[in-house]
Design a binder for this molecule. Sequence first.
Ligand SMILES: Nc1ncnc2c1ncn2[C@@H]1O[C@H](COP(=O)(O)OP(=O)(O)OP(=O)(O)O)[C@@H](O)[C@H]1O
Length: 622
Amino acid sequence: MSRQTAVASTDIVDAHVDEEIAACLNLDTPKSFFLFAGAGSGKTRSLVTALQHVQTTLGERLRVKGQRVGVITFTNAASDEIKRRLLFDPLIDVRTIHSFAWSLIEGLNHDIREWLRVDLAEDIAKLNVDEAKGRKGTKASTDRLKKIESKTKRLQNLPNVKSFTYSPTGDNSGRDALNHSEVLQLTAHFLQTKPAMQSILTGRYPIMLIDESQDTNKHLIDALFAVQAKLKGKFILGLLGDMMQRIYNDGKEGLGQGLPPDWATPGKQLNYRCPKRVIALINKVRSSTDQQHQQPIAAAVDGVVRLFILPSDLANKPAAEQKIAAYMSRTTGDEKWNEPKAIKTLTLEHRMAASRLGFLDAFSPLYDVEGWRTSFLDGTLPASRFFSDQVLSLVNAKQNNDRFAVARIAKAYSPRLTQEALRAAKDTQEHLKQVNASIDVLMELWKDGANPTLLQVLRCVAKHNLLEIPESLQASASEESAEAVASDEDEREDRQTERALAIQSFLNAPFSQIGPMMEYLSGDAHFDTHQGVKGLEFDRVMVIMDDAEARGFLFKYEDLFGGKAAGEKTVESTKRLFYVTASRAKESLALVAYSSAPDRVQSFVLQEEWFNADEVVVGVPD
Ligand SMILES: Nc1ncnc2c1ncn2[C@@H]1O[C@H](COP(=O)(O)OP(=O)(O)OP(=O)(O)O)[C@@H](O)[C@H]1O
């Protein structure tokens, strides 16, 4: 047999999977399916292929009935990508779980109120029992009493809420707002208990496909299974995922065990993404969890993997990581390891990326306000968005001498260029000239290479009324108000909320940090978190494993690398995270473990045969 034929035959072992799924997607003989397979096996691709199949075979039939295919993805970015790949066809309704849940229950105000009444009363009763048992005067007791008070207030306010509000991407802090977890619980509860809701779901979406379903909220998954069991002639549920990539607590443990016998369960063996060496590593890592063993495709390159073990108290970690990149370049012969932007570097915590990329001063204050975190991370928090979308765009346009862009931005955002403002101006030309002059005054802040703070920029913008100042920045925008706040130390605690303090601290950061920060938040930077790259792939990956960064108890690399026995919760969850990060690499992979016991890490990985001795480098390479 020629090599050519051998190659072709090994690469088609998974070809049947898309056909099997297509056969399930038949509204006359509906069949649910469960496609769980390893990293890089083409699950997302199979999802898109399945949807294209529906477009061509069922599109007309669904459209006539006003029905759509529901697709749940894990992130907004994944939703956008799938929509794009399906040419934004309205037949396919792609959403995140929160958006999907809210679309089902929005407006059911009476039912939501009744559910909340019971839920809040139960919570309060439980807190009261705990409080009666617990010690008084402790922090736990204070927290409990605060919770009892706020839940009681909320319960009392319920009759006044006309319609509940919710934003899947917002902070939902208003009095009528539901929080993220309530929306998921409500939807699951309604789907489990209300036949009308089950009919609405299956009437709207006779087919529902869920990507990354190992991390999809367990209550919703249970509810969808229940609906499928009840209405199997009218509803196809397709779950895609990989239990080895379950990295959030929300997902259902043991998903896939005890599936109904009439479900299709196609499997995949190939990994289309990773080089041979990475596939061997992730197979080994996975072998203690399940027996899924992947094969490389015929065209797969060998690839390079190295583990660097460094002391956790190393003084200059970013410098060490640069040396590691240089070492990788020499070892792989790939020059691109010398270009920081060509490497995807993964940190456990956003703050570590912020510090390595030089925007920690702007990042930390806003990130630390819990209620702002979601909108800040997705780039929609007004305080940061004002600087990125408006001020930075204007300043960049001006610095590039792009007159058209300056005019466009000013026209879009400046209160001095609204239709009313222009109409009110006696001499329009003169008015425009003055606006331009104000922009020039703003630009003086950068004169001779100066690096103004956000506060200086804000004040200048406000003084000249160049842009609309968002509410959260207004108190700081004029010099008088800020001085009044600062002068009265005694009452400071009372008058300044956590948020005002965060804004003050944010505004002390240099304006130059806004650009890199927004690049990072938009996912375009060469840093990301271990969890944030789920579903993505990169040529060169550097995974930084430093428990000091994690500040949490969910993941502990020290435990994974011999600190604790296999089977312990943190060992297993960290192993899954390690599997996710390592399997992002398309060409080469540098794993950087900071440890308080480098010897233990070394003997563990060699004993487990995750690496060969010559793949492990202890200490900073020269
Ligand atoms: N049948 C195929 N032929 C060629 N390339 C493929 C095929 N299936 C997948 N790929 C490629 O392999 C890579 C991984 O595919 P995909 O992201 O769909 O895998 P996945 O199983 O969803 O991965 P993960 O679980 O790791 O996120 C992508 O670059 C994709 O284009």
